[in-house]
Design a protein around this ligand. Sequence first.
Ligand code: PEP
Ligand code: MN
Length: 285
Amino acid sequence: MTVSLRKGPPTPTPYPLASRGTDSAPRVVDVDGVQFGGKEFVVIAGPCAVENEKQLMAAAEAVCRAGARVLRGGAFKPRTSPYSFQGLGKAGLELLAKARRATGLKIVTEVTSSETLGPVCEVADILQIGSRNMSNFALLKDVGRSGKPVLLKRGMAAKVSEFLMAAEYILAEGNPNVILCERGVVTFDTVTRNLFDIGAVPVIKALSHLPIIVDPSHAAGHREYITALSRAGLAVGADGLILEVHPHPDDALCDGPQSITTQHFADLMAELAPLALAMGRSLHA
Ligand code: PEP
Ligand code: MN
């Protein structure tokens, strides 16, 4: 497969499997009936980190009631400081399994190392590769070989081409089920945690056939901007959202300032429903 940006011999693309090519239809990633890249605007929600049973079950039941399709929650947390809460590890995975049994929600949780891939695969319906691991090529190959759907987050300082080449590592292992996630890139300004690169969504749609969702939580860093950025994600053509929702955000062990309450999430879903219809999409809410 080739892309040609100028006259002359065609330039081979460095990501032939992730590339849209000339005639490839958008890929629908089907996670046991939840389809990313189809008509539905798929919403993933839950806490940044699994903290305890009460917190996770309250979040899971609330986001399920409001129309989320997938529960997020980190059991292994890739924290910038080694002294920050690192997650509950395997005990967190067990709580995620319990939340799935109680609600029927699919589970997405982060895998931070090849050593813990086995236990994470036992629980996760979708493996999350975080921004800090987007260029961990050994891990990308291992999740590629796992056969599980992968939610690949853009590195915080990665170009779109580097992002698509990271996806290529997974695809090249024979795993076609990659969902991309734009979560903001580093910027000089400090008013938001990252710069929400909304323009990357149509660019990636033009370059790749893979579904792409957006993460307003890590882009904004502040909960007061989540509603507006979620609307923007839907309007710009993303295939879904991943949002941090916590029953008591001010007590969260991780990413509290950007986490919305369960009531805020329910209000947001009600607001997005007519917008989804106007965009020719459907929302499970
Ligand atoms: C997360 O989803 O909690 C997370 C750590 O996100 P990112 O990898 O985008 O920073
Ligand atoms: Mn987080």
